[in-house]
Design a protein around this ligand. Structure first.
Ligand SMILES: Nc1ncnc2c1ncn2[C@@H]1O[C@H](COP(=O)(O)OP(=O)(O)OP(=O)(O)O)[C@@H](O)[C@H]1O
Ligand SMILES: [Mg+2]
Length: 439
C-alpha cells in the first residue's frame, strides 16, 4: 500500500521508553548532506533534559556537499542519490553498522500548518472507543489535494464548547472532539526525497519538518515553555517553527536562504559563485564596524586575467551587498510570524539555526527586525558529537535523532488494527500513553 496516495506518510513507531535503539538521521539540505548514526539509550528521568527519555550517543557521522538539490527539493535524482550515498557511507563506516532506515528532514514543499478540529457524537460518558473514533475521523480528513501530512500533533480535546481538555475519559458530553496541529507539505517534493533515499536502499522511518527537528535539538526547557520561534536559515530555504507551552504549534517556510546572499555577492562583485561563497563565509557581515571603509579584502574578478591584480573591496561594500537580502529574509519571517500565535506571546524569544545564521551580526539585526531577544542555537545534549557537527548548521540533523523520543506525541492511524494490537502493547495502551504525555 502506498501511503502517499492517501496523503499519509509513514509515521515512526514510538520509541520504547526503556529500550535501547540504533537510529540514523539524514538531513538532506540544498547545500550539504549530514548523516548521523546514534545509539539511543534510556536514562533515569532525573538526569535528562525534561522532554527526553533517552541519551543520544553518536556512533557515526558523514557530511558531504549536496548534489541535485534546489530550494530543499530534489531536482536531479541521480546526483542527489550519489551525494547521499557518500554521506551514508562515511557514517556507516565510522559507526561500523549498516543503516537500514533513517529519519529524514524535509524543508521543501511549502511546509505550513493548519489547525484542525474533529468531533463525534457521544452517548453519555466518553470511552476509549469514542477516542478511537474521533482520532480516526481526524486522520481521514487530514489528506488534502496535493498535500501530504508530515505531523499531526494534539492541542487538546473538546467536550461540547469546552476546549483544551487533557484527559476526557469518563467525562460527560453530547459532542466530543479534539483540536489538532497538522503540518503538511506538497506531495511531489516529499515523494521525490523519499525516492532518492530509497534508491540508497534506506527506508524512511519518518519525514520531519526541518525547523521542528532543529527545535527539538536546540531549545532549552524554559524556552520551550515561555515560547520560542526557531528559524532555520539554510542555503535554499528559511523555515520557522513556533513552540508554545512546550508544544510545537506552528510552522512556516519559504524558498529564500543563504544561497541568495551568495548570488547577490557574485553579481555585485563580478566574482564566481565559489569565490562569492568563500568571501561571504569569511568576511560576510550584516552590521557596520568602525573601520569597515578602510578594511580591504581582495577579490579576483571572474573571467579576469590571472595576472591582473585582484580588485580591493572594503568591508563596508561587502556589508552593503549582503545586508539587504538578509533584511528581506528577516522581514518575511517577521510578517509571517505576525499572523501566528507567536505574535500573542510577548515573552517568546527567537533562536536561529542553519549555516546562514553564522553571518556576523545576524543575531543583532534579527533582534532589531523581530523585536525579540535572539540567540544562535546549537545541538544540545548529544554525547560524542564530532566537533564538525556542533554548529548551528547541524541542528536539524541532531534533532532528527531526538525526534524518535517525540514521535509518540503524534497520533498515527490505526489502519492496520491487527498489527497495532500486538507488539507495543496494543492500540489502547498507546492512546493511553499519548493522552498522558501529550498534554
Ligand atoms: N560562516 C558562515 N557565515 C555565513 N554563512 C555561512 C557560513 N557557513 C555557512 N554559511 C551559509 O549557510 C548556508 C548553508 O546552511 P545549511 O547547511 O544550514 O543549509 P542546507 O541545510 O544545505 O540548506 P536548506 O536547509 O536550505 O536546504 C549556505 O548558504 C552557506 O553559505
Ligand atoms: Mg537545512
Amino acid at each position: 500500500m502506498n501511503l502517499l496516495n492517501y496523503g499519509l506518510l509513514p509515521k515512526m513507531k514510538p520509541l520504547a521508553p526503556r529500550r535501547s535503539a540504533i537510529v540514523a538521521a539524514l538531513d538532506i539540505g540544498t547545500s550539504k548532506i549530514a548523516c548521523l548514526v546514534a545509539r539511543l539509550r534510556p536514562i533515569p528521568p532525573q538526569d535528562v533534559l525534561r522532554r527526553r527519555t533517552h541519551v543520544v550517543e553518536i556512533m557515526g557521522f558523514g557530511h558531504t556537499s549536496a548534489g541535485g538539490m534546489k530550494a530543499g527539493a530534489v531536482v536531479d535524482l541521480a546526483a542527489a542519490e550519489e551525494a547521499m550515498r557518500n554521506a551514508i557511507d562515511l557514517a556507516e563506516s565510522m559507526a561500523a553498522v549498516q543503516i537500514e532506515s533513517a529519519v529524514v528532514s524535509l524543508s521543501a514543499g511549502r511546509i505550513t500548518s493548519e489547525l484542525f478540529a474533529a468531533s463525534v457524537d457521544v452517548a453519555g460518558a466518553v470511552t476509549g472507543d469514542d477516542i478511537k473514533r474521533v482520532l480516526a475521523a481526524g486522520s481521514h480528513n487530514s489528506a488534502r489535494d496535493g498535500r501530504v501530512v508530515l505531523h499531526s500533533l494534539p492541542l487538546g480535546f473538546s467536550l461540547d464548547d469546552a476546549h483544551g481538555i487533557r484527559d476526557p475519559r469518563g467525562m460527560l458530553a453530547n459532542r466530543f472532539g479534539f483540536d489538532m496541529h497538522l503540518v503538511s507539505s506538497d506531495i511531489a517534493p516529499a515523494r521525490n526525497l523519499m525516492l532518492a533515499v530509497e534508491r540508497c536502499h534506506i527506508g524512511v522511518e519518518a519525514l520531519v519538518a526541518s525547523p521542528y527537528a532543529a527545535g527539538l535539538s536546540v531549545l532549552a526547557d524554559d524556552e520551550d515553555d515561555l515560547g520560542a520561534a526557531l528559524i532555520d536559515l539554510g542555503a535554499g530555504t528559511t523555515t520557522t517553527a513556533v513552540f508554545s507551552a512546550g508544544r510545537f504549534v506552528h510552522v512556516d517556510s519559504f524558498a529564500v536562504g543563504g544561497h541568495h546572499v551568495t548570488m547577490d555577492l557574485a553579481r555585485g562583485l563580478s566574482a564566481s559563485v565559489p569565490d562569492a561563497e568563500r568571501i561571504k563565509t569569511l568576511y560576510g557581515s550584516v552590521i557596520a564596524g568602525g573601520s569597515d571603509e578602510r578594511d580591504m579584502i581582495s577579490v579576483q574578478a571572474m573571467g579576469g586575467d590571472e595576472r591582473e591584480p585582484p580588485q580591493l573591496i572594503s568591508r563596508a561594500v561587502l556589508t552593503r551587498i549582503v545586508r539587504p537580502r538578509v533584511e528581506e529574509i528577516l522581514e518575511m519571517v517577521r510578517d509571517r510570524l505576525g499572523h501566528s500565535s507567536f505574535a500573542a506571546e510577548p515573552r517568546a524569544r527567537v533562536i536561529l539555526t542553519g549555516g546562514a545564521s553564522q553571518l556576523t551580526g545576524l543575531p543583532e539585526l534579527a533582534a532589531r527586525i523581530l523585536g525579540r531577544p535572539v540567540r544562535v542555537g546549537r545541538p544540545l545534549g548529544l554525547s560524542g558529537l564530532p566537533e564538525a557537527a556542533r554548529g548551528p548548521a547541524f541542528a536539524v540533523a541532531a534533532g532528527l535523532l531526538v525526534y524518535p523520543q517525540a514521535a509518540h506525541l503524534e497520533h498515527f492511524e490505526a489502519r492496520r488494527t491487527r498489527q497495532l494490537k500486538t507488539g507495543t502493547g496494543g492500540y489502547f495502551t498507546r492512546v493511553g500513553r499519548w493522552l498522558r504525555e501529550s498534554f
